[in-house]
Design a protein around this ligand. Structure first.
Ligand code: ADP
Ligand code: GLC
Length: 488
């Protein structure tokens, strides 16, 4: 029998995206359909959705499936639409989501002060849909992603609708973001007083949305096996390590897949030239396009790329300290990203210091990210922690060799080009240990040495392109997780 899942999240590619969460939420419906799992996605009604939903491709208005007179203090509607051919529900609550700025904060990057209400409302709607409060809707599983959706599980636990409540799964995409708010918001969440408890929504004296969801969930998933282990310990657990360790029997690490409809160099419309592992030489034309876009000297030396949020998590400060070395080694850098003002300034300054060798584009540009994967030689991912990471997986698929820190999903997805792995022909990239300038510097040296040996380098590229990070395996793991919960 088909399993029905309501996937609740704050972003979903291609409608609205700030990071890897959107890629995963956007890919899940197709990934799970082949395992007889039918996914409906629920996301907030940001202005970015207007074109797709309100006007509709065919000019029709989206169908209203429910009207709330008072959803945590605001008027709201649930609208039905489609995302890549799969069912979509949108929480249309203009007071909460129709604003100019980012998904989570204003243009200056300051969090919206009512984020607690915005994402509690999302959770409330998710729980209503998954527990019989909205006529015509029922699901076997409510699958909530990250803190913004985690309250779905808490509402299902403490204040479900009148029908059969779905089992709940919470996936942690990044435990660093927890949705912590002042205790004073609790009164407006519409939960019974008893929910403000040590094993409930209370968190260090305040309210914790992710914490509440993790306590309530029937199962917890995170996006790689190594990260599932790491978050049981202080440094990585960020305050939630005790909870994770206590609930360890419920925690699964399921590595993300990549969506071949979006990320395949043989069909990618964003590439000047498309290619496969058999015709890798064609990448050279894409490489020329990268040089042009980033103002780099034309040449045969390696182009390293970075496609990333510019933050401490991503080790970008450490990379900034290695740029003179990167250039001295004969490398070039094409960086696309945005984030901390200080880091943006450091990269722009490096580009000024090394014209023709370092090119920096500050911003967010989806097609350009594809060109970089399809034209650069190596992608740098020196993260201090990385729950899964997707850019190294795209790098593998595109023959853009990943140079990564050995942590989280980076440790689980890249096979380091040490002598044994090279000898066995299984290496796919370069890993390094500590995220320090010394150790990243050594990794850059290794990368340049390997690049200088064309047959070894193309071996790495081909091996990476052969690696299967489609959703086939991970989709099955999620399907098994769901069916285990239903049987229990
Ligand atoms: P995270 O979600 O922690 O930022 P991931 O590696 O999981 O990291 O996912 C990042 C996603 O965002 C990838 O799809 C990547 O290509 C994309 N991305 C990051 N920065 C940019 C950018 N500046 N322009 C375009 N895409 C970007
Ligand atoms: C988070 C993590 C990243 C992961 C993504 C999708 O943004 O930082 O490592 O790949 O979620 O799961």
């Amino acid at each position: 029998m088909t399993t029905t899942v309501l996937s609740v999240a704050s972003e979903a590619y291609p409608l609205v995206k700030t990071g890897g969460l959107a890629d995963v939420v956007g890919a899940l419906p197709a990934a799970l359909a082949i395992h007889d799992v039918a996914v409906t996605t629920l996301i907030p009604g940001y202005p970015a959705l207007a074109d797709t939903l309100w006007q509709g491709r065919s000019g029709e208005q989206a169908r209203v499936v429910h009207v709330y007179d008072d959803l945590l203090g605001v008027e709201a509607r649930l609208l039905a639409g489609e995302i890549a051919g799969h069912p979509l529900l949108v929480l249309d609550a203009p007071d909460l989501f129709a604003r100019v700025g980012g998904l989570y904060g204003d243009r200056g990057g300051k969090d919206w002060p009512d984020n607690w209400r915005r994402f509690a409302a999302l959770g409330r709607a998710g729980a209503d849909l998954a527990s019989g409060a909205i006529p015509g809707y029922a699901f076997d599983i409510a699958h909530a992603h990250d803190w913004q959706a985690a309250m779905t599980a808490a509402y299902l636990r403490y204040a479900p609708g009148p029908g059969v409540a779905a089992k709940s799964v919470v996936t942690i995409h990044n435990i660093a973001f927890q949705g912590r708010f002042d205790a004073s918001v609790f009164a407006d969440l519409g939960l019974p007083a008893g929910a403000f408890a040590l094993d409930g929504v209370e968190y260090y004296g305040g309210v914790g949305f992710l914490k509440a969801g993790l306590e309530a969930a029937d199962a917890i998933a995170t996006v790689s096996p190594t990260y599932a282990q790491e978050i049981r310990h202080g440094e990585y657990g960020m305050g939630l390590e005790g909870l994770i360790a206590t609930r360890a029997d419920r925690v699964r690490g399921i590595v993300n897949g990549i969506d071949p409809a979006v990320w395949d160099p043989a069909t990618d419309a964003a590439l000047p030239v498309r290619y496969t592992a058999r015709i890798l030489a064609k990448r050279r034309i894409n490489k020329r396009a990268v040089e042009t876009r980033f103002g780099l000297d034309t040449g045969d030396g390696p182009i390293f790329t970075v496609i990333s949020r510019l933050t401490w998590q991503k080790g970008m400060d450490v990379l900034a300290d290695c740029l003179d070395l990167l250039v001295a080694l004969g490398g070039r850098l094409a960086l696309l990203g945005s984030g901390d003002a200080e880091l943006e300034a450091a990269f722009l300054a490096a580009a000024d210091r090394h014209p023709g060798r370092i090119g920096v584009i500050i911003g967010y540009d989806e097609p350009l990210s594809h060109l970089l994967q399809g034209g650069a030689d190596a992608i740098l991912v020196p993260s201090r922690f990385e729950p899964c990471g997707l850019t190294q997986l795209y790098g593998l698929a595109y023959g853009c060799v990943p140079v990564v820190a050995r942590t989280g999903g980076l440790a689980d997805t890249i096979i380091d080009a040490n002598a044994a792995a090279l000898g066995a022909g299984v290496a796919t990239g370069i890993q390094f240990g500590d995220v320090t300038p010394d150790s990243l510097g050594l990794a850059l040296r290794r990368a340049v040495d390997l690049y200088d040996s064309p047959s070894v380098w193309s071996g790495l590229q081909r091996q990476g392109m052969k690696a299967d990070f489609s959703w086939r395996r991970s989709g099955r793991l999620y399907a098994d997780l769901y069916s285990g919960l239903i049987e229990a």
